[in-house]
Write a protein that binds this ligand. Structure first.
Ligand SMILES: [Zn+2]
Length: 239
């Protein structure tokens, strides 16, 4: 009888121990899963294989380095210029983004004197990329302005002649990538000033800039500013 009681107590203890082990295991498993989920969200905030729209920020001034590799990535010959090579800078990354345009570039910039940026725009034009540039009328006349060379190449440029400056500095590439910030397209801004540039494919940010560019482009259509007088209209077209 005593042996039976002992057996019963031992079995009861065994069941309790088993339940404790199962309970502890369940708690450990739950915490482990929660920790793994937390870790996954920290490492991949937008999910595996999908890092979300591009978001990059550059700061200037940038160190001076050769950017020839951006223009000639397939060159077989080393660049002979005296600048440092193989250095990735804010400027080379900015140039790389601009050169990535494949169908269109809409540029709205206050001052444009930088030769390398002008070279990038001309290279895109030669590649068949549709380019529209809107700039401030007063700043097309500053020393070193690239607007004349760009116009001579056949690129369409419109000037804002409003009472206040057209002070924007943004570009939209292929209707889907925005480059914006404080940076004028000048050597001083790139090598001397403290400036920032944001590059993003985030549609909610790109969309308003596309609309603003189009609004300013239409508002500065020369035909609206200088409508042809009646005497300038050929007789054959006169109603
Ligand atoms: Zn070089």
């Amino acid at each position: 009888m005593i042996a039976g009681r002992w057996r019963g107590e031992i079995e009861q203890m065994s069941v309790v121990r088993t339940l404790k082990v199962i309970g502890l295991g369940a708690v450990v498993l739950t915490l482990s899963v929660e920790w793994l989920v937390w870790l996954y969200r920290r490492v991949c905030p937008t999910g595996l294989g999908n890092r979300g729209p591009l978001k990059e920020v550059f700061f200037f001034p940038t160190e001076v380095a050769c950017t020839e590799h951006v223009f000639n990535p397939d060159s077989l010959f080393p660049c002979p210029c005296p600048l440092p090579h193989g250095v990735e800078t804010s400027f080379s990354r900015l140039l790389g983004h601009i050169m990535s345009a494949s169908s269109s570039l809409d540029l709205c910039v206050f001052a444009f004197t930088n030769f390398s940026l002008s070279r990038a725009v001309l290279a895109l034009h030669e590649r068949g990329v549709a380019i529209r540039i809107l700039t401030d009328m007063d700043y097309t006349l500053i020393t070193g302005s690239q607007i004349g060379a760009i116009r001579r190449a056949g690129i369409c440029v419109r000037c804002d002649c409003g009472a206040v400056h057209m002070h924007h500095k943004f570009a939209v590439l292929d209707g889907r990538r925005l480059i914006t910030g404080s940076l004028n397209w000048t050597l001083t801004a790139i090598q001397s000033n403290k400036e920032n540039v944001l590059v993003t494919d985030e549609p909610d940010l790109v969309r308003p800039f596309i609309a603003e560019f189009q609004r300013l482009w239409d508002a500065n259509d020369p035909i609206k500013r200088y409508p042809p007088s009646v005497t300038e209209i050929p007789a054959s077209l006169a109603v």
